[in-house]
Design a protein around this ligand. Structure first.
Ligand SMILES: Cc1cc2nc3c(=O)[nH]c(=O)nc-3n(C[C@H](O)[C@H](O)[C@H](O)COP(=O)(O)OP(=O)(O)OC[C@H]3O[C@@H](n4cnc5c(N)ncnc54)[C@H](O)[C@@H]3O)c2cc1C
Length: 424
């Protein structure tokens, strides 16, 4: 259970995770689920600030020391709270760039959602240049944001995917505020949600890997597991990652326009790095976007959360991206490269202060939001009336995320209820 939001312990008892996860303020469906399960208090909200780090010499605006630019969201209704944060930036943007940013992103800030959908054929960097926004802003601000969002560089990610995130950040006052769980996700989120489901009379089968879906009379009647067990069902929700769904759906079904994207979407590789230090190497507990480094998004969970059991010292968790080429290297080579970049941002991060480093590779993580991919995301419905799709790759008008996964589940559950209602 847990999937991409999983955690476990290594031989030393230290916590490993599939990925560093931040929970944003605008994750309405997720927070509603957490409230239902009585676990909303497990989110530790950070100050409403987006921090972008730049290594020394990264640009002519950065001197011999790393710069941490903090975008403080001002106390105003959205999107003015975000506009105010950008206008107050000290290093990343000069006055002219701020003006270009304001005019460039105007259609998004004004809430024209149709505008974003029309930009799926081009990459974000193409869109950025067409809007005449600055190269410096692309490198310092949007490049780490794209890597954090989809583990995909700005010259490969769809403009629509990025614009949707900007629209989301501008959608409500607290949408961009980040929080972390107060401990590993299996303890704080996954097991409690499973317990909540059991308390409602549901049964959960762990270690039940589906080998094949069973069909009869154009209905999905259940699933056969790899261990031979068969489960019968009135309705089925297939909630696997997209590459597993492509394997489990019958080949002829994948030709249907409703679900043809399942066979065509690809996935982004990512490496989640865990770095334990014998001292505090940073003073920050918030989410950090690291421009021009292999640490595009990282956080010091030692400082942020006692539940990560590294209190008073630094435990840096980092999504190492882009990982397309790096993932083929051995662990030592990857750790060396990340440590070189980490040292540039945090001079106290050295081989001497590093206690240990562990990597978790996810060769196929979230669907890759390349140009054209948004149109391929299927809805919950399939050509079979009682078979539904869920998962962060489906089309719920939200990026691949925990919130997207919960939204997709709600769409699929609505489909099941509608099907059951239609039959009764
Ligand atoms: C490194 C990393 C960092 C991330 N950071 C963030 C973040 O900060 N914020 C955020 O919102 N999102 C983040 N995400 C994305 C987020 O984790 C996912 O979008 C979300 O967890 C996806 O949920 P899902 O249910 O769609 O898929 P998954 O979590 O992948 O769940 C699918 C499940 O299907 C199971 N399965 C597959 N095949 C079978 C089969 N044949 N039979 C039975 N079961 C099967 C899998 O074992 C898995 O448990 C991150 C992801 C990664 C990898």
């Amino acid at each position: 259970m847990g999937g991409k939001l999983s955690s476990w312990r290594d031989r030393d008892g230290d916590i490993l995770e599939t990925g560093l996860h931040s929970f944003f303020g605008g994750y309405d469906s997720l927070h509603a689920l957490m409230r239902d399960a009585g676990i909303a208090h497990h989110v530790l909200w950070q100050p409403h600030t987006l921090t972008f780090a730049m290594p020394p010499g990264f640009s002519n605006r950065v001197g011999a020391q790393a710069v941490f630019e903090e975008f403080h969201f001002v106390d105003a209704p959205s999107p003015f709270n975000g506009v105010g944060a950008v206008l107050n930036a000290k290093y990343v943007f000069n006055a002219f760039e701020k003006l270009l940013f304001a005019t460039g992103t105007l259609p998004i800030l004004l809430g024209d959602h149709g505008y974003a959908s029309r930009q799926d054929d081009i990459t974000y960097s193409e869109w950025h240049r067409r809007r005449r926004m600055s190269e410096h802003m692309l490198a310092t601000f949007f490049a780490p944001m794209a890597l954090a969002l989809n583990f995909t560089p700005v010259d490969k990610i769809s403009a629509e995917a990025m614009l949707r995130v900007m629209a989301y950040f501008a959608s409500s006052k607290n949408a961009s505020r980040a929080g972390f769980l107060d401990g590993p996700p299996v303890d704080r989120l996954i097991d409690p949600i499973a317990e909540h489901c059991r308390s409602l009379g549901q049964t959960i089968e762990k270690d039940a890997r589906v080998a094949e879906l069973l069909f009869s009379d154009n209905r999905c009647v259940g699933a056969r597991c790899t261990d031979g067990r068969v489960f019968h069902a009135d309705s089925v929700i297939l909630a696997t990652p997209v590459h597993d769904a492509a394997r489990l759906l019958p080949a002829e079904m994948l030709r249907d326009p409703l679900v043809h994207g399942v066979g065509k979407l690809t996935s982004s590789p990512i490496i989640n790095g865990h770095f334990w230090f014998d001292r505090p190497i940073s003073k920050r507990s918030n989410l950090i976007f690291g421009a021009g480094t292999l640490l595009p998004v990282h956080a010091d969970l030692g400082q942020a959360s006692a539940g990560y059991e590294w209190r008073g010292k630094s435990f840096i968790e980092v999504c190492i991206a882009p990982a397309d080429d790096l993932i083929k290297l051995d662990d030592d080579a990857i750790v060396d490269r990340v440590m070189t970049d980490m040292h540039k941002l945090y001079p106290l991060a050295t081989k001497e202060s590093l206690v240990k480093a562990k990597l978790v590779r996810v060769p196929k993580s979230v669907y890759r939001a390349s140009p054209g991919a948004e149109r391929l995301r299927p809805g919950a419905r399939t050509p079979v009336a009682n078979l539904f799709l869920a998962g962060c790759y489906t089309n719920h008008k939200f990026p691949a995320s925990i919130e997207g996964a919960v939204r997709s589940a709600r769409h699929a559950a609505d489909g099941v209820l509608e099907f059951a209602g239609a039959r009764s």
